[in-house]
Structures are given as C-alpha cells and as structure tokens.
Write a protein that binds this ligand. Structure first.
Ligand code: TRP
Length: 324
C-alpha cells in the first residue's frame, strides 16, 4: 500500500485555510493509503525560540485533526520531537544539499520577507531538510499539503535521489498532493488565510463568531448598497460560497450581478452554511476538550507506531552508509 506522510507546525486551533488546504485531503485519503501525520514541533524553533505554548498548541491542533475526522487508528499522529530518528536523518541529509540550493527556496524567501528576518539562522535555512527527513523516514509516496509547501517537497525529492545515487536505493521520491482549493482567501482579501494576519475563520468558531467575522469581510468595493450590480468573481465571500454552498452558487452569482441580493444577506447566508459545516466538528471538539488524556494517549500510541517504521528505515540507512 502506498504511504502518505504529512504534517503541520503546532499552531494551536486551526482555521478553514488549514482544512481546505490540507486536512480535508488527509481525511479523504486516509482510507486508501497507509498514513502518518506529524506535529512538526521542532520546526517551531526555526522562527521562535519561545516554546512556552508548544504543548498547548499541539493539543489544540490535534483536537482539531480528530474533530475534523482524522481517524487515529487509520492515521497515527505523533510529535516529531518524540521520534529521535528525525534529527539523525536530518543530519545525514544536510550533507547532501548545498547552501546555495536552500537559498533559492521561494517559500523560505517569502518567510524572510514576511517576518522581516535580517540574519537567517542555519537551522531556519535548513528546515526543508528536516522536513525531507520527516517524509523520507516513513518512505512517504505522497505528501498532501498546501501549495506553499511544494518547493519543500521538491527538495525532499532531490535529497531522496541524491541519497539513493550515493549510497543505494532506499527512498521513494515523494510527490505533493494538492487539494482543489489549496489556498483559501482571508477575510480581509489577503491571498492567504492566516491566524497571525487576523483574517481567519477557525474550525472552532461558533455561529455568532462566524457571523460577526463575515460581517466585516471585504466584498466588491463597487457594490456600495443592495441594488448595485456586484462582481462575484472578485468577491471573497463568493469564493466561500463556492466552497461551502455549492448548491446555491449559481443563484447567488446571478442575484449579486443583478443587484437583487445585497452583501448583508449574502454574508448571512454564507455564515449559516459555514456554521452548518462546522457544527459537527465543534460537537466532536467538545468531547476531546473534556478528555485531553485521550488526546495524549492517541499521540503516544502514534509515536510507538511511527518509531517502528523510523527505526527500520534508519537500520537500512546505517547499513548502506557503512555505519551499521
Ligand atoms: N513545513 C510544514 C509547515 O510549515 C510542516 C511540515 C513539517 C511538514 N514536516 C512536514 C509538512 C512533512 C509535510 C510533510 O506547515
């Protein structure tokens, strides 16, 4: 059976962008593949040395994974820091790629710009190598991620090839698997939904919060009042209808264009569809919030499963390198 490996940094409660970009795909694919999903907690250190919230953020994120429908039996979930082999493979892979190659990574370039980083650390520049180790350790065939992660998967492919050519065939070349909506626009019109930009709808937002947040969402600036013709194709609220209200899309598009539908009503309809979608997730979330021990034991079980696979791969690696 082909394997899926994917992960997320522990960012706490997830938003709809995480769901549409990746989690939705994890859940859809979990029946047809052997799955491994990791909490990339070491990755936190690349951009912040303050780790005080990592534990809470991990639990909150894993609760959202479970509440959204990831099955802990089919899809072991584990913390990267609890499986030591990640750091070991990272070290070996770091010898197989040049600094120059890492500096050409567009996602890292964007991060340097967005976070205003003047002097990048060795570890931050190299985090795609750690990510490659995450994937290759489990011999992942497919990596379901958002489109910003594609450059990293390319690095993982190059490292797999380089290792195989140098020492012997061990690693398959992983392929990214994108969702149809691999990027969800933020409530302020920013191309990316993100918690730090404050433009996100959380999976745990109750109906009132969803309504309030949508009320403030940016729409077509040319549509000042009901009656004005709108342009659904440039409206972010319409992009949410496309995703969460497919049945009514045509009608909404026509009524927006003709002016029959005003933005206030359109947003209310959108908010109620999104809340219908979130309702079962919020219900399941309550169970895990009241039973955090269960979440921890799911992680510990996942870590045992992951460790077995990781150790087997590292045995092969050691043998090929001649340090068995
Ligand atoms: N870099 C990813 C992110 O920022 C997280 C990640 C770490 C990951 N290791 C991974 C994703 C392995 C896919 C596969 O979200």
């Amino acid at each position: 059976m082909k394997r899926i490996l994917s992960g997320m940094r522990p960012t706490g409660k997830l938003h709809l962008g995480h769901y549409t970009g990746a989690l939705e795909n994890w859940i859809a694919l979990q029946h047809d593949f052997e799955n491994y999903h990791l909490v990339a907690d070491w990755h936190v250190l690349t951009t912040s040395l303050n780790t005080s919230s990592v534990y809470e953020d991990t639990i909150d994120m894993v609760i959202d994974w479970l509440a959204a429908g990831l099955d802990p039996i089919k899809s072991p979930m584990f913390r990267q820091s609890r499986v030591k082999e990640h750091t070991e493979l990272h070290l070996i892979l770091s010898m197989l790629i040049t600094v120059n190659r890492l500096e050409r990574n567009p996602t890292v370039k964007d991060q340097i710009r967005d976070l205003n980083i003047e002097n990048i650390t060795y570890g931050h520049l190299g985090y795609p190598v750690l990510q490659a180790a995450d994937i290759l350790l489990y011999k992942g065939d497919f990596v379901p991620v958002g489109e910003d992660q594609v450059p990293h998967i390319e690095i993982a492919r190059e490292l797999a090839r380089r290792f195989n050519q140098t020492f012997g065939p061990v690693f398959p070349e992983p392929e990214p698997k994108l969702t149809q909506f691999s990027r969800l626009v933020g409530l302020d019109g920013n191309a990316k939904m993100s918690k730090s930009l404050g433009n996100a709808l959380l999976l745990s937002d109750d109906p009132e919060t969803v309504k309030l947040k949508l009320r403030k969402a940016v729409t077509d600036p040319q549509k000042m009042r009901k009656g004005d013709p709108g342009r659904p194709e440039i409206c972010l609220v319409f992009s949410y209808h496309r995703k969460y209200n497919q049945d009514e899309c045509q009608e909404i598009s026509a009524d927006c264009k003709s002016g029959k539908l005003g933005c206030v009503d359109c947003k209310l309809r959108c908010a109620s569809r999104i809340s219908e979608f979130l309702d079962p997730i919020i219900e399941r979330r309550k169970h895990y919030e009241a039973n955090k021990d269960e979440v921890i034991s799911i992680l510990c079980h996942g870590e045992e499963c992951a460790r077995k696979v990781a150790q087997k791969t590292m045995d092969e690696v050691h043998n090929l390198i001649g340090m068995g």
